[in-house]
Design a protein around this ligand. Sequence first.
Ligand code: PSU
Ligand code: MN
Length: 313
Amino acid sequence: MIEPFQSWLTRSAPVAAAQTAGRAVVALESTIIAHGMPYPENVRTAREVEAVIRGLGAEPATIAVIGGRIRIGLSDQELELLGRSGQAAKVSRRDLPAVLASGALGATTVAGTMICAALAGIEVFVTGGIGGVHRGAELSFDISADLQELAKTSVAVVCAGAKSILDLALTLEYLETQGVPVLSCGQDNFAAFYTRDSGLRADYRLDDPAQQARFIRTKWDLGLAGGVVLSTPVPEAAAMPRGEIDAITQRALAEAKEQGITGKALTPFLLARIEALTGGRSLATNIALVKHNAEVGARLALAMAAGRRGLPP
Ligand code: PSU
Ligand code: MN
């Protein structure tokens, strides 16, 4: 039977071929391209991240909404369009029907990408840093829809922790309440995006992709729907000094408050201000961490695919 959602989904030829062959596929988001980094670094990074994944033997599937279709796997020209247009909507769960039905251009967030990846049967998704509980959320109620999506949609999300503009302790509390396991690879603690160590322990440390895959498969085999976070720290050489990034983040947060920036505009504003205030160094860190996440994600996807085929991982 063809499910109704299938008519909204279009896979690129390489992604369709990889899935038919049971090969490893890694989903990638597009908000990071359209709203998370400036042009042309955004498009260059998107292509480099895809190349990292291909180099390890998995197939990248960058996801966006284009021309009234959820597109799974984009061409170079489509990556350019998203990175350059400045017009793409930021598409989370609530926005997906509007942007699809209208035929507008949409860049999917972590939440939006998880929904589309799950519809397309892709189990592993790589981003930079997930959204989370914003600082001062007790007054603003600003909690990223990414966390609710992790609670219900069964996709493994590989990240360098949650973005350090957030309240990371409250983000982990929220994930615990929602039953979302937080795995860490390469260290015991949850990563802090621009820096390696949040000072907060992840739930389980699993460095080996086969072990990560076994954990995730066990969760889903039990019918425990929902995502898994796999955190891995930015490579040492690319990490920002903790004190400096903390001070700059405080400043960017104060500017956002002064200028009344809230809602979906807040995270892109903060990332752009931090980039300006660090003279571009935070962008280099962001690029390095996404590429590293792509390596970890590709290895996980290969282990998941091997497990599906019943091979020793
Ligand atoms: N990771 C990055 N840069 C980004 C994002 C993640 O390195 O821009 C995006 C993701 O799409 C994530 C979004 O879902 O930031 C969070 O936005 P908000 O806080 O409005 O939920
Ligand atoms: Mn928000």
